[in-house]
Design a protein. Structure first.
Length: 111
């Protein structure tokens, strides 16, 4: 779950349960594989949420750097801070592109 505490999870155990063949979902013995496929789609959604949060963080960091002063001037004027903010934005852009690629692959049956 990694930080998504509002997402409820529970263990569900069936003992001696019988499912008629016409009610069977998927192929017998391939449930784990099917479950992983389902989780993959969820991972794309979680990545999208993280990117949205990351965008807000970068925006806040940029605004903070404009108002926080050190040595009589905003820290946004220091090259080291500019590099850090630039690195944050670049890594976020890369994460977004990878997520878009994963979503495209999933949507086009290549996931």
């Amino acid at each position: 779950k990694l930080g998504i505490n509002a997402s409820g999870t529970a263990e569900l155990v069936f003992e001696d349960a019988r499912v008629p063949k016409e009610n069977q979902l998927g192929k017998l013995g391939e449930g784990f594989k099917q479950m992983l496929t389902t989780l993959d789609g969820g991972r794309i959604g979680i990545a999208s949420q993280a990117i949205g949060i990351g965008r807000a963080v970068v925006e806040e960091a940029v605004e903070y750097s404009k108002t926080r002063e050190q040595f009589g001037r905003p820290i946004s004027s220091f090259q080291a801070i500019q590099w850090k903010l630039s690195d944050m934005a670049s890594q976020l852009d890369a994460a977004e592109l990878m997520t878009l690629r994963a979503a495209w692959l999933e949507q086009n049956g290549r996931g």
